[in-house]
Design a protein around this ligand. Structure first.
Ligand SMILES: O=C(O)C(=O)C[C@]1(C(=O)O)C=C[C@@H](O)C=C1
Length: 274
């Protein structure tokens, strides 16, 4: 089975791929999330994995847009604890570090640390592990990477400052994507990701939320995304959790009538919350 991820060996996406599936899968490394989408769209891989939100840095909005425009199906989700560490070639002190390289979402998670070390220049990289790999391959002194502990082991780097995320518990939620739904998922479905638009009239969103409440659905996330063709109008992306599938089916029928462009992005089992 082939699974496309953004990042290389030692990245958080790679960890998720092996933990969600198993060690036997073939991981297809991509430079960008767009490349992950292209691989999946061309049927080059069976699944794609995309980070969708982090508990400190917030939503990865471009990934909402990719999942929507490529019409992928969300077939699962995975929550991973993110431990970010400052790592560099062995024998250096934090005072000697002039640059720190990492994925932009990882950098955002460490804003407090970076604020305290103003002498360090912040440079964005494609993923956390590639930042570590570049230091190792070029044997660059004075440069650190912000990455997970596995990257330090793989690329022989020393951890100068462990766990520098702004709060101890940083968790990223990842979406497991398929182009066409297969029957891989045999677990109970109790979560759904939905998208819709509304007329810009008073109470239109409140009415939808009331329907969800009346149908005993718990809204776990609501995200709006601009409709780029009509400035300051938005699409809504909502995640709901439910005990009984018929309750969700009822809500879905009402929402199909009440909203515009209603779309189910995926129905899947709620991931294990950390
Ligand atoms: O750079 C990595 O290691 C990734 O897997 C990417 C990514 C992200 O896209 O948010 C994954 C989890 C962390 O939140 C930080 C970075």
């Amino acid at each position: 089975m082939k699974v496309a991820i953004q990042g290389i060996q030692g990245s958080f996406h790679q960890q998720v791929a092996h933990q969600y599936f198993d060690e036997t899968i073939e991981v297809v490394e991509c430079k960008t999330f767009k490349d992950v989408a292209k691989q999946l769209a061309k049927n080059e891989v069976d699944f794609g994995i995309m980070a969708i939100e982090n508990s400190i840095a917030g939503a990865l909005l471009p990934n909402y847009a990719l999942i929507d425009t490529y019409q992928f199906n969300v077939v699962g989700e995975y929550y991973l604890k993110i431990s970010l560490n400052v790592m560099a070639l062995p024998g250096q002190k934090i005072e000697e570090i002039q640059e720190i390289h990492s994925h932009p979402i990882a950098l955002l998670q460490c804003a407090k640390f970076l604020e305290k070390h103003k002498h360090i220049k912040i440079i964005e990289s494609d993923d956390t592990a590639i930042a570590a790999k570049n230091i190792f391959e070029n044997q660059t002194k004075g440069v650190a990477a912000l990455a997970g502990p596995t990257a330090a082991v793989i690329f022989n780097l020393e951890i100068l400052a462990p766990e520098v995320q702004s709060v101890e518990s940083s968790i990223t939620r990842f979406m497991i994507l398929e182009k066409e739904i297969t029957n891989y998922q045999s677990k109970k479905i109790n979560k759904a990701s939905l998208k819709f638009q509304l007329d810009d009239t008073p109470g239109s969103l409140a009415t939808v939320l009331n329907v969800l409440h009346n149908c005993k659905l718990n809204v776990t996330k609501i995200q709006s995304l601009p409709i780029i063709e009509t400035p300051f109008h938005y699409s809504f992306f909502i995640d709901v959790v439910f005990d009984k599938y018929p309750h969700y089916e009822k809500a879905k029928k009402v929402m199909e009538l009440m909203t515009k462009q209603f779309k189910v992005l995926g129905e899947y089992p709620l991931g294990n919350q950390i």
